[in-house]
Design a protein around this ligand. Sequence first.
Ligand code: C2O
Ligand code: CU
Length: 492
Amino acid sequence: MNSVFGALTGAVVGAMVLTACGISTSPVTVPAEFDQPLVIPPLAESSVEDDGTRVFELTAQRGSLEVGDGNPIPTWGYNGDYLGPTLRAVRGEKVAVEFTNDLPEPTTVHWHGMHLPAAMDGGPHQLVEPGGTWRPTWTIDQPAATLWYHPHPHGTTEEHVYRGLAGMFILDDTNPAAAALPHDYGVDDIPVIVQDKDVGPDAEFVLDDDGNEIGLLGSTILVNGTVGPYLEVTTELVRLRLLNGSTARTYDFGFDDGRNVQLVATDGGYLAAPYQTDRIRLSPGERAEIVVEMAAETTTMLRSFPPDLGRVAAPFAFGGNDTFDVLELRAAATLQPSPQLPTGLADHQRIDPPDATVTRSFELEGREINGRRMDMDRIDEVVQVGTTETWEVTNRNLFPHNIHVHDVQFEVLTIDGSPPPPELAGRKDTIYLEPRRDYRLIMRFEDYTDDRAPYMYHCHLLLHEDEGLMGQFVVVDGSGAANLNHSGHDHG
Ligand code: C2O
Ligand code: CU
């Protein structure tokens, strides 16, 4: 039986539903069998120009996705039906992406987590009309990391991502840790893009949040577009690059047998050292790389456990009670040996807290930051290039928000005055904001001044972002700040 819909077990609200292989607490419905091979997004092809620029081609287009025996579901994808190829480049390389919009409406393509000029960032100001093209180019200038790309048109990002537009962007560098970690893409180094959908009776992804404050919490889980997936593991260690590609749902990943894994990297790259844990919470947009050890002929299930959402008013309304299976790992009869994990990983400099000379504070409340909704014509913050800044961020609501900052990878200095837990101690570009806690982030704005093209900072719960929980900053040098030219716009 490989009909996903036929195999879906009935869900009982509030009750735990146990099935042959799958576990679910409603409202998520998992297939009875995890019998679909996990689809691995292909590595994007590229060509290298005379000057060394690596050129990728991406086309946003309409497609359809077969989910079990159901009728194909209309989708959007990059270079295909659903999601997009994995882009991959090395630090120091110059890259260009030839982007074409074959969709019936304007979109953008944003490089989430990438340090690059604002005009190349693919934010709401870099709109590409239907039939239009765009060719951003920049030099990869940051440590190895798992980044991703997705649309960022103001007001319709949730819908565009939900329809299927997202892909991974893997960066490599010369850190010797790479060779000691599983690194054979699609073999022992696996992209795991987790998303939740509601599938309607007419074979369509339905985006109806039913008035939920945080947006849609879907009842069907897709991994790389696969429902009920399993991964054949052929090595002793397997590295999973987890990406929360959902619009609103926060996951708490672990395994059904309670095993520990090694967390080796977060949004912006490697941790200082592997951190052993049995859970990793990821809010929308966050990534985590984990290394899982398998024994031959065993299976284990990647599961999402009820995430601790902090002091939210009604956790169950925000997925805080949901448990469900995500991806089965099936180890082969014999496993290829894997190298031993290195004890040290990151080789990048940490930001020195005394370097911070500017402090800004951001209060997220409803759909506003510091009392204001996103205005495409307003620059909210002006940053001097070469400065290290502390950003104090607070979620003033009793429901989930998170915060994502473009251009930089930040470090979490403190949460309510205390050092962050190990999983938040590395480079991050997105963090979950538990209600009524004070997050102090430190970040450094090193280059790419542009007094016209802003970068965004926003909640990555995409409904919130679309509804205005976003602000804009420019990075300028000295007098540039006085010369801002946004023709008659208020610079707040
Ligand atoms: Cu993942 Cu501003 O976006
Ligand atoms: Cu939010």
